[in-house]
Write a protein that binds this ligand. Structure first.
Ligand code: GLV
Length: 322
């Protein structure tokens, strides 16, 4: 039997890479920067299996460039908005993702950002490094309390629920808006307007889809409390960054903390970077060693199953199995 041809779009952690190597002879992109579109179209030609990251746009054109033998697309991410899943489905190609293993790391990141924005940690550190700390002052860099505050979670899936679980330990009241999600960890379901009017913290945890693009827009922000803090660990495209800039600049909300932006990386001339009340970090929600190891393992397992003609352990388009 001829060896299947496999392309891995970046060096993934050894745990996953070695598992793939136990079964097959993959070819991997070894540079730190992702392949360009042209390089990607070239390298996927004739592959049976593709293991990609969220930095690659995997659309119908790319699937056709790979060819009709393409059996599986496995992404080392839980989000699959970089993949045209319907295009894969019509071609009968299963798409794999890595749910579950990054839930806790991402919920931790949401909490780290909430606390950092509430207590103005990054602003305070810049203040200190600029040599501005001259004395202890009763009203220096005052922030917001978590105890007794209301946290509104938009999107109550795995990560939203893990955030609610953590919120119990901080004595936060938790409300959420999410169609069809059952209450958990003491969180109460509410409509979106109620959530925006009542929340001191708003955490965005919905996947990016046509219906969630720019869900957080000027209207959404106008319904938030002037003292409220917005945290986004979902996808940059869920948020209209121009509207956020206007709201933060005019102090219509207190602060925002973003793990994700649109585009990524964020251009250094983005006006949000001028604001003291906006924290931005480079998409690190799942960035713990253990989590990335586990993500690579799940991505490898999906790839191997697809190449063997078996059902992917984590498949986002199970319709391909009829
Ligand atoms: C990270 O954002 C992921 O989707 O895995």
């Amino acid at each position: 039997m001829t060896q299947p041809k496999i392309f891995i779009t970046r060096l993934i952690p050894d745990l996953g890479l070695n598992l793939v190597k136990e079964h097959f002879l993959p070819s991997a992109w070894t540079q730190d920067m992702p392949p360009s579109r042209e390089q990607l179209l070239e390298r996927v030609r004739g592959v049976d299996g593709l293991l990609c990251l969220l930095t690659e746009k995997i659309d119908g054109e790319l699937m056709d460039a790979a060819g009709p033998q393409l059996k599986v697309i496995s992404s080392m991410s839980v989000g699959v908005d970089h993949i045209d899943v319907p295009a894969a489905t019509v071609r009968g190609i299963p798409v794999g993702n890595t749910p579950g293993v990054l839930t806790d790391a991402t919920a931790d990141q949401a909490f780290a950002l909430m606390l950092a924005a509430a207590r103005r940690i990054t602003e305070a550190e810049r203040f200190l490094r600029a040599g501005k700390w001259v004395t202890w002052q009763p009203s220096l860099l005052l922030g917001a309390d978590l105890v007794g505050a209301t946290l509104g979670i938009v999107g109550f899936g795995r990560i939203g629920q893990a955030i609610a679980k953590r919120a119990q330990g901080f004595d936060l009241r938790v409300i959420y808006h999410s169609p069809n999600a059952e209450p958990a960890y003491g969180a109460q379901p509410v409509d979106l307007d109620t959530l925006l009017h009542e929340s001191d913290f708003v955490s965005i945890n919905v996947p990016l889809k046509a219906e969630t693009r720019h869900l957080v827009n000027a209207k959404f922000l106008a319904k938030m409390k002037p003292s409220a803090i917005l945290v986004n660990t979902a996808r940059g495209g869920v948020l209209d960054q121009n509207a956020l800039y206007d709201a933060l600049k005019a102090n219509r909300i207190f602060a925002a903390a973003l793990d994700v932006t649109d585009p990524e990386p964020l251009p250094m001339d983005c006006p949000l970077l001028e604001l003291e009340n906006c924290i931005i970090v480079p998409h690190l929600g799942s960035a713990s060693k253990k989590t990335r190891d586990m993500m690579s393992l799940l991505a490898a397992q999906n790839l191997i199953a697809g190449l063997k003609g078996e059902r992917l352990p984590h498949c986002v388009n199970p319709q391909v199995y009829g």
